[in-house]
Design a protein around this ligand. Structure first.
Ligand SMILES: Cc1cc2nc3c(=O)[nH]c(=O)nc-3n(C[C@H](O)[C@H](O)[C@H](O)COP(=O)(O)OP(=O)(O)OC[C@H]3O[C@@H](n4cnc5c(N)ncnc54)[C@H](O)[C@@H]3O)c2cc1C
Length: 387
């Protein structure tokens, strides 16, 4: 397994660090404070051509999850929300690539790659998040297509997207095989996008409930077509992409550590620099150790994906990377707030947004309890249910 970066990846890293410092960092506090969608950051990512980065060269990408993790980490070190823009666009892109028909790939991917179109994905419902089998949104087969009815929750990017992939069941069973993804334009008659959630973290990218009332979806907008196993393929693709969300944790932890180092070098107490207190120095040392360990794990798993690891062999490792790196992000961000003292609590200071954003990372893309279940299943097999 090769873990070192290629010359192209090192070049990408240099470019990303410059852009993060010069263009993204100055916007980060404001995006969090105002909770306004950062249209300027979306345009910047378009200019940089990053919306196809993880995907094959034929789609305009690098075909490398390591490169994609690098982009997420470097931007996420200074601004969670800007890095999130990439993750939000990459999820439907990956879904189409994994589960779409050739015609759907041809029709939809170029506009997502250029940023000309934006998309979101909606699986979660008010009564079912972790348990995908519990979704109740129904897709009724009608002449030429389907009619969708149901209520969705937490659809991120819904109000700024051109279309949403909505998960719905085509049959009344608990089987995941009955779940399919339907492309619903955001202006479709019968679709109502509800009020933006007032969030603690990830404040720059809006999340909304969706209300679908007999929304017509033509046949060609069922992902993968009628007989495909599109949803299963999409879930597998999401597992493969899990190191990306782990990389968000690494970037966040590194950013919180960077701010902490600056702070202690410029703060005095008891007549001396705070950086001289052993209690503070050991905290910083722990934050560094944890961040480095998370980074090593994330890039190790991403490198294995680039070398072809998939399926059951990958799942527990990808889950370990997501769980460990985002738990580290939370721990490091909380310690950073402690180091800042009262300033850590102030809305005028950047550090507490790292703590609020870290909490989101432990919940999204499969909660960290669910990741632990995946890891334990890898060790022991699935829990046998008593009849
Ligand atoms: C900011 C944000 C953005 C989001 N964006 C999207 C989006 O774009 N699209 C989308 O579809 N969803 C999105 N979600 C929803 C997210 O995927 C769900 O919140 C997540 O899957 C957890 O579901 P839940 O909140 O319903 O919790 P539940 O599944 O109800 O879980 C409640 C608690 O029980 C625990 N739990 C559940 N099952 C088990 C188990 N088997 N073993 C141990 N513990 C368990 C959970 O870990 C959690 O702590 C978003 C959420 C947030 C916060």
């Amino acid at each position: 397994m090769h873990i070192g970066f290629t010359p192209e990846q090192l070049q990408l890293q240099t470019m990303l660090r410059r852009v993060a410092k010069e263009k993204v960092a100055p916007r980060a506090n404001d995006i969090d404070r105002t909770a306004q969608y950062p249209e300027d950051m979306f345009s910047l990512l378009c200019e940089l051509g990053l919306f196809a980065l993880p995907f094959p060269e034929a789609q305009g990408g690098t075909g490398s999850l390591v490169s994609a993790c690098m982009a997420i980490e470097e931007l996420g070190t200074v601004c969670y929300n800007t890095a999130y823009l990439l993750a939000v666009q990459w999820t439907p892109f990956g879904a189409i690539l994994a589960g779409g028909t050739d015609a759907q790939k041809l029709r939809l991917l170029p506009e997502l790659a250029s940023g000309k179109a934006r998309a979101a994905i909606s699986i979660t419902e008010p009564q079912s998040g972790s348990d995908v089998r519990g979704i109740t949104t129904r897709a009724r087969s009608v002449s030429g297509g389907y009619r969708l009815t149901g209520t969705k929750a937490w659809c991120t990017g819904a109000s700024v997207s051109d279309y949403i992939f909505v998960a719905a069941k085509t049959e009344s069973s608990d089987a995941v095989s009955g779940v399919k993804l339907f492309r619903v334009p955001t202006n479709a008659p019968g679709l109502k996008i509800g009020r933006k959630e007032d969030k603690t973290g990830a404040r720059g990218i809006p999340s909304h409930p969706l209300f679908l009332d007999d929304v017509l979806v033509p046949e060609e907008d069922l992902l993968g077509g009628e007989h495909s196993n599109g949803f299963r393929l999409v879930m597998d693709a999401m597992n493969t992409a899990r190191p990306l969300h782990a990389a968000r944790g690494v970037g966040l932890a590194q950013g919180a550590l960077n701010h902490s180092i600056d702070f202690v070098q410029n703060r005095q107490a008891f007549g001396e620099s705070v950086q001289n207190f052993q209690g503070i120095r050991w905290m910083l040392a722990d934050m560094e150790m944890q961040t480095q360990a998370a980074r090593s794990l994330v890039y190790r798993v991403a490198a294995q994906v680039d070398e072809g690891l998939t399926g059951k062999a990958l799942a527990p490792m990808a889950a370990a990377a997501k769980c460990f790196a985002t738990d580290v992000a939370m721990k490091v961000a909380i310690d950073a707030v402690q180091i800042f003292g009262a300033s850590g609590i102030s809305a005028d200071c950047p550090i507490n947004r790292y703590m609020r954003d870290a909490k989101v990372l432990q919940i999204i893309e499969g909660t960290n309890q669910i990741q632990r279940n995946i890891i334990a299943n890898g060790l022991l097999g699935a829990v046998a249910k008593a009849r």
